[in-house]
Design a protein around this ligand. Sequence first.
Ligand code: ADP
Ligand code: MG
Length: 244
Amino acid sequence: MSEILKVDSLATGYGDLRVVWDVSFSVEQGEVLALLGRNGAGKSTILRAIMGLNAVHKGSIEYDGDDLGSLPAYERVSRGLGFVQEGKRLIGDMTVDENLRLGANVKRWNRRQLAPRMEWAYDMFPVLRDRRSSLAAMLSGGQQQMLGIAQALMPEPRLLLVDEPSAGLAPAIVGDVLDTLARLQETGMSIVLVEQSVDFALSLASHVVVVDLGHLVFSSRADAPGVRAAVRDAYLGRSEVEAQ
Ligand SMILES: Nc1ncnc2c1ncn2[C@@H]1O[C@H](COP(=O)(O)OP(=O)(O)O)[C@@H](O)[C@H]1O
Ligand SMILES: [Mg+2]
């Protein structure tokens, strides 16, 4: 397998303020990597740097063998990076249909080119087809999360960054989100998954990394013996960095 993403000695933050130091990990094609850690650890900041929304202070981010440097976010989207941001980033006073079309903007498809992708999205998320003319603001929390994922999928990404998809959802709906990510994984999608729920993340991931206070504190295969306990220790800041 080859690497689709390689984050090497990354330092990043907000302007000059550094909140992430020396973080390295990579994602193989078709792999789900779980990026875990306490609130404020730097997980969203790392995803934002991968998307080009926060500047790289040091180190590099390679996608598909190319250093992304300071490439703007929309260029990254057109190269195949997708981002489902934490919380709801939909346009509430636009319909489901309009939100999906907006997601595909970067492709500059005409109506005829767009149609099959819309159908693909509605086949993937039948609940959205039923609500296609509803305003996004009128959807339930779970439906909004599905729409957020569907929107990010419109331009046919090869690597999807998903930030806390189960946050704030009722337990019954969390299973639907998990199923959706599992189905995407089956299509060969590479995914970086940030999650508060360790069980949720480990059920999908083949590799897990934990960050704390902006530093990488743990890295392991997800099926290594004792990984749950080791991840829990890493959360508490007790773990040594483990290779592989
Ligand atoms: N817009 C911002 N400006 C300055 N600091 C920020 C901003 N957003 C987050 N931070 C800080 O960066 C650190 C990492 O935050 P974040 O990446 O959101 O953590 P996580 O996603 O792991 O909960 C925290 O200390 C947080 O306060
Ligand atoms: Mg976050």
